[in-house]
Design a protein around this ligand. Structure first.
Ligand code: ZN
Length: 156
């Protein structure tokens, strides 16, 4: 089921999400819905916060940018290691029409649970690293426009 994506300045986007106690049928349904909603909007990542659910769940599929990277869902994601720093352009389904350069860690190690509740560890660089950091920020109520160095005019 496709869910509605909240748009800035919806106050829910500034809320900090809580940890998921157990990956049950409700969480699995949420993950399915989040993938469906993300694909329908042609995004490469989505956080539960963006569909009005205050739980720590993100989905990322950067295959439109790098087809070698498989889609991933992470429950209770935690960045346990950051290395380097790199600037790159970002946009967000919750902030339509705005793009900007954001400085992020170059590579990250993310730990959490997969869609079945099993422990997961991801070592990410490039677009996957950027997408994971962007989505995990959402769970802490942080938008990319809060981190932007130069605001570009709406693209196109
Ligand atoms: Zn976003």
């Amino acid at each position: 089921m496709r869910r509605e994506i909240l748009v800035y300045p919806d106050p829910f986007l500034a809320r900090k999400a809580v940890s998921v106690a157990a990956v049950d049928d409700r969480i699995r349904a949420l993950i399915r819905d989040m993938f469906e909603t993300m694909y329908a909007s042609e995004g490469v990542g989505l956080a539960a916060t963006q569909v009005g659910v205050g739980k720590r769940v993100v989905v990322v599929d950067v295959s439109p940018v790098d087809e070698t990277i498989a889609p991933v869902a992470v429950v209770n994601p935690e960045i346990v290691e950051r290395k380097g720093s790199v600037s790159g352009e970002e946009g967000c389904l919750s902030v339509p029409g705005v793009q900007g350069e954001v400085c992020r860690a170059e590579t990250v190690v993310v730990r959490g649970l997969d869609g079945e509740g099993k422990p997961l560890q991801l070592q990410a660089g490039g677009i996957l690293s950027r997408a994971l950091q962007h989505e995990i920020d959402h769970l802490d109520g942080v938008l990319f426009i809060d981190r932007i160095s130069t605001t570009a005019a709406p693209a196109r």
